[in-house]
Design a protein around this ligand. Structure first.
Ligand SMILES: *[C@@H]1O[C@H](CO)[C@@H](O)[C@H](O)[C@H]1NC(C)=O
Ligand SMILES: *[C@@H]1O[C@H](CO)[C@@H](O)[C@H](O)[C@H]1NC(C)=O
Ligand SMILES: *[C@@H]1O[C@H](CO)[C@@H](O)[C@H](O)[C@H]1NC(C)=O
Length: 307
């Protein structure tokens, strides 16, 4: 059965579930898919971000990605394009390898509980990061931002990579029923936010530093990147940079913002749709792009690619 959007406009419940900003005028409701995503689909979805993060961090640290570190997990998915080993300082290199291996661990742990799809085709060329940065600053940066040029640029790129994935878990966990699923998701949640906050802590220490050759400080980079995510996500403020107005700071009393949290000091929740809108860079979960030129994998992402 095909239902036109205008037909269902009377029902707030249905309206809320119509994909935001899909140009597609029609949606297939006979599958019932939008109404209740399966728990397994919800648990598998964040693995798109885990693949992206694993490849980015492993390649930055070592020059090799999952095809070397965990070929059994890629399930025939094509290798990513454009990743580069970065001339990282020794501490950052050491920590980055840990992040990459943690992402592999998360993929493996998830695979032991639900079926995980093959690795999506990932575009981690420096051009993708440059486009994200141009969108963030709403102007063309000269020279284009290069995530692989230095430790600091890499750390800012890591801020982008770690921005959305962890926040899927506070969204997903409340709807899970099975104990085994809840154990997996809460276990991953802690690690995912751990990595995100480790990156934020590094950047917080150099928040006032100007990022060469731009006359812009680290904090401003993070604020702009987060504002871009909020615009593309279309669900209000769900991402905050490192220095914010006091009204957004901890207990609304400080502007330093090393840990991102809502007004009650709780983690923001991001839906799969929101994460797709941001990580595709298109503001539309039906239109792939950015890190995923052919779209993300799994039933949730494919649903939007096929309507
Ligand atoms: C809607 O979904 C049903 C069930 O999967 C399928 O048989 C049907 O072909 C779909 N209709 C369209 C127009 O995609
Ligand atoms: C990272 O640091 C730890 C602790 O100093 C050290 O044992 C380990 O060998 C380092 N790893 C790499 C890959 O350099
Ligand atoms: C990767 O992204 C860049 C920047 O958007 C784009 O120019 C390039 O065509 C993309 N590559 C593929 C294979 O999609």
């Amino acid at each position: 059965m095909i239902v036109r959007n205008s037909f269902v406009a009377g029902s707030l419940f249905l309206l809320l579930l119509i994909p935001k900003s899909c140009t597609c005028e029609e949606m297939n409701v006979s599958t019932g898919y939008l109404y209740k995503k399966s728990e397994a689909d919800l648990l598998a979805f964040p693995m798109n971000v885990a693949f992206l993060a694993a490849e980015f961090w492993l390649i930055c640290a070592t020059g090799c990605g999952m095809d070397v570190f965990a070929p059994e997990l890629v399930k025939g998915g094509p290798p990513p394009i454009g990743g580069q080993m970065v001339n990282l300082d020794p501490l950052t290199k050491n920590v980055t390898l840990q992040y990459g291996l943690l992402a592999i661990g998360v993929l493996r742990a998830t695979k032991d509980v639900v079926e995980v799809f093959p690795r999506p085709f990932l575009n981690i060329t420096k051009q993708v990061f440059a486009e994200i940065m141009d969108q963030s600053f709403e102007q063309t940066l000269e020279p284009p931002f290069d995530p692989y040029a230095s430790t600091l640029n890499y750390q800012i790129a890591s801020y982008i990579i770690s921005l959305d994935g962890p926040n899927l878990y506070p969204e997903i966990i409340p709807v899970l029923q099975k104990t085994k699923f809840k154990e997996l998701a809460s276990g991953i949640e802690g690690v995912a936010f751990g990595v995100k906050n480790s990156i934020r802590s590094y950047l917080y220490e150099c928040r006032d530093m100007l990022v060469p050759p731009y006359n812009v400080c680290v904090a401003e980079f993070t604020n702009r990147i987060s504002e871009r995510a909020n615009k593309l996500g279309k669900e209000g403020i769900k991402s905050e940079g490192l220095v914010v107005p006091k009204s957004l700071g901890a207990d609304r009393r400080v502007s330093g913002n090393v840990i991102e949290a809502d007004k009650n000091s709780l983690s923001y929740r991001k839906s799969p749709e929101e994460v797709l809108r941001i990580q595709y860079g298109t503001g539309n979960q039906c239109v792939p792009g950015g890190f995923y030129p052919k779209g993300a994998n799994g039933r949730i992402a494919k649903y939007y690619l096929n309507i």
